[in-house]
Write a protein that binds this ligand. Structure first.
Ligand SMILES: Cc1cc2nc3c(=O)[nH]c(=O)nc-3n(C[C@H](O)[C@H](O)[C@H](O)COP(=O)(O)OP(=O)(O)OC[C@H]3O[C@@H](n4cnc5c(N)ncnc54)[C@H](O)[C@@H]3O)c2cc1C
Length: 488
């Protein structure tokens, strides 16, 4: 076997997984295989103006590496710097193999090992490992989502998708239309408004958007007064509780959450009619991912007249811009299609077991991490209602726990198996279009215990690492390789 564990992807999650593997499973060898020629994933790929997190970095950052930069909501370059610094500080770089894309993975029950098919600069290669851990993110790096727009070929200006931002794109004094109303659109509009002649955000329907402070003043005070590690822990705890509290408030009291958010937006925009028309979604807060705008930058640039929001549908592109269903034509030199990501489960690796491709949608997720029907395989999927890394780090530690359990009991493989029938539910329960378009490609969650994906860090932090593994897993002993249940 080439290595004990292969981690797919050197993004925020892959680097975190490597740290946990080397600290919690020091007896295991591992490699991080990365398709691109750089680490950082999301934070290296996206280059559009203003690109930033919308979670606070005390929770999107690692538990084990304090976030010390000024801003709590940080730009991509600062996040990328933090990922690089982590990899260098903990000696993770030496484990990364760049330009190595995993394109296939077959589990052999007889050998209790994975054979990975790789695309490398030297041509196709194979590699074997005992455990495969996908930290490949959730979207397609090669393809964004752009709906079919009639007449696009007639448009005389330029059309750009934010995922493929041209390095030399000049938009000074241009009329820009940004199609979309998600996190990318609300980031782009104020950033581009600084240089463009005018920016219009064209949305089909409104999204819940709220202002958050870009800099956390309480965090600044705590960082002045406490040692870095302690300050980081206290600020993390505060932010975890606040985010979870806000999410639960929205879910339990949607009417009160609506009126609170609408009140805050009206205070920012000082125009109730505009709020009603463009900032009052039909769905309840947090039924889709909530958009945070640091220091109310979006609202400020709308108030100053540098940007406007139009709620309408594209009828067709025309040479001078976009004709809307209402008949209005938005004149544009540049159109940005912030119309979303294309979801891609597990880096496009379709795992097979003993030569049979596993249909991921037929499988259930155990503890949000391992899948039925696939031994020694885990995936890192972060929270949708809180910082991705909170869940990712629990999953890394769970993987380490499973690996240590295998070592301790001289076992070769572990595979989740429910006792009794599970009632099936979609893995992600947000109603957002980009999730609904792809949910059939993802495995499902069950209705109870370790088969539920709760999106609740407080519950998960207590249960994830403390459940008895044997109650919902089957193990293969190293020698006989007969499947048995072991009571541990
Ligand atoms: C613009 C933007 C802003 C975001 N902001 C936030 C935020 O504020 N808060 C939040 O919680 N989440 C946010 N997210 C979600 C974000 O993707 C996660 O927070 C986090 O960065 C994911 O890290 P990751 O390492 O799991 O995945 P990624 O960052 O996607 O990294 C995956 C890595 O795996 C590699 N890879 C993929 N497939 C293969 C393969 N087959 N073989 C080898 N390598 C492969 C990729 O090249 C990439 O380097 C944002 C996403 C985007 C697009």
């Amino acid at each position: 076997m080439d290595v004990d564990v292969v981690v797919v992807g050197a993004g925020l999650s892959g680097i975190g997984a490597a740290y946990r593997l080397q600290t919690e499973c020091p007896d295991r060898t591992f490699a991080v295989l990365e398709a691109r020629d750089a680490m950082g994933g999301t934070w290296d790929l996206f280059r559009y103006p203003g690109v930033r997190s919308d979670s606070d970095m005390f929770t999107l950052g690692y538990q084990f590496k304090p976030w010390t930069a000024e801003k709590s909501i940080a730009d991509a370059d600062t996040i990328l710097g933090y990922i690089h610094e982590t990899a260098a500080e903990f000696g993770i770089e030496q484990h990364i193999r760049y330009r190595t894309k995993v394109v296939g993975a077959d589990w052999s029950s007889a050998d209790a090992q994975w054979t990975l098919r790789l695309e490398t600069p030297d041509g196709p290669r194979t590699m074997t490992c005992g455990f495969l851990y996908s930290c490949a993110g959730y979207f397609d790096y090669d393809r964004g989502h752009t709906p079919e727009f009639p007449g696009l070929e007639d448009f005389e200006g330029e059309v750009v998708h934010p995922q493929f931002w041209p390095e030399d794109l000049a938009y000074d004094d241009q009329r820009v239309v940004v199609i979309g109303s998600g996190a990318t659109a609300v980031t782009l509009v104020p950033a581009m408004a600084e240089r463009a002649a005018h920016v219009t955000m064209l949305q089909r329907s409104p999204t819940w958007i709220g202002a958050v402070p870009g800099r956390d003043k309480l965090a600044d005070t705590l960082r002045e007064k406490l040692p870095p590690k302690l300050a980081h822990r206290v600020i993390r705890a505060k932010n975890i509780l606040f985010t979870l509290g806000f999410y639960n408030f929205c879910q339990r009291f949607p009417d009160r959450a609506r009126s609170m958010l609408l009140g805050l937006t009206t205070k920012q925009l000082r125009d109730p009619a505009m709020v009603e028309e463009h900032f009052t979604p039909t769905y309840d807060p947090w039924d889709q991912r909530f958009c945070a705008v640091p220091d109310a930058d979006l609202f400020r640039c709308i108030r100053h007249g540098d940007a406007e929001v139009v709620t309408d549908h594209v009828d067709s592109f025309v040479p001078s811009g976009i004709r809307l269903k209402s008949g209005r034509v938005l004149e544009a030199d540049l159109v940005i299609t912030a119309t979303g990501l294309t979801l891609k489960p597990f880096g496009g690796i379709a795992p097979s077991v003993d030569g049979e491709t596993v249909d991921l949608h037929d499988q259930f997720v155990w503890q949000g991490a391992m899948l039925t029907g696939i031994p020694n395989f885990a995936v890192c999927i972060g929270y949708t209602n809180a910082s991705w890394t909170l869940r990712a780090d629990l999953t890394h530690r769970l993987v380490c726990r499973v690996l240590n359990h295998l070592s301790l009991h001289d076992l070769a493989a572990a595979e989740p198996k429910p006792r009794g029938e599970l009632e099936e539910r979609p893995l992600l329960d947000l109603t957002s279009g980009y999730i609904q378009r792809a949910i059939d490609q993802f495995p499902r969650q069950g209705d109870r215990g370790p088969w539920r994906v709760r999106q609740n860090y407080l519950i998960d932090s207590v249960t994830t690492l403390n459940r008895r593994l044997a109650s919902s897993m089957v193990f293969t002993p190293r020698k006989t390789q007969d499947v048995i249940r072991i009571d541990a």
